[in-house]
Ligand binder design. Sequence first.
Ligand code: ZN
Length: 252
Amino acid sequence: MNGAPRVTSSLFLAGLILLLVWFLAHYNFWRPIADPKLPRILMYHSVEPGEATGMNIPPERFEQQLLQLQRHLYTPVTLSELGFDPTVNNPLVITFDDGFRNNYTHAYPLLKKYGFKATIFLSPQIGGIERLTPENIREMSDSGLIEFGGHTMNHINLTTVDDATARREIEESIETVASLTASPCRTFAYPFGRYLPKHREMLRDAGIEMAVTVKKRIRPLGNLLEIPRLSVHGAANRLQFHLILTRGRYRV
Ligand SMILES: [Zn+2]
């Protein structure tokens, strides 16, 4: 007689549990809070109006995140500056990979507006995207707000090419960045986060002091040629961005 209500209530309970599982998977409050003094190194790619994806963040959302970062009292520094002075209080490094032209047209005005520094890893011959021009690069570099680092010439996966190609791709990108900015290139990002120990040595030979990966961790700097970063999905909301900054992990 009371079978129907029982089915309804167990369905309701199952629904509640599913909702809870979904919530805990998407909002990782349960993860431990990282020490606020440890560096936060964020990874972005494209910043332009349109769809929010893993690669693109719309400018309004990027601006909202800069405001959120300001409230957290982080100290925005370039990657090299973090290497020079690891004792800086609550360091924050904003990075952009590949060298999208919209880093100049959409991100740079906002970075200037709020006084945030950033590091852009440039693949000078990357295909399929609208690239930064030499003038864009020189202007941003001269501003003192933006540092440029290498990212291979053609955005190649270093682990899939022979050593001579890997070395050439690394060295040429570093030389190109140095000549475009008229300053030394000290930093590098592994394309796709892919590398082998020998590639670390190639970077060292080419004068690179710091290199970043795509491993999501908040931790002390450690080995300067494999520094983890926190990728920011373009669709991350305020709460998820807060979780990225405090826990290092999130799901969108
Ligand atoms: Zn890349």
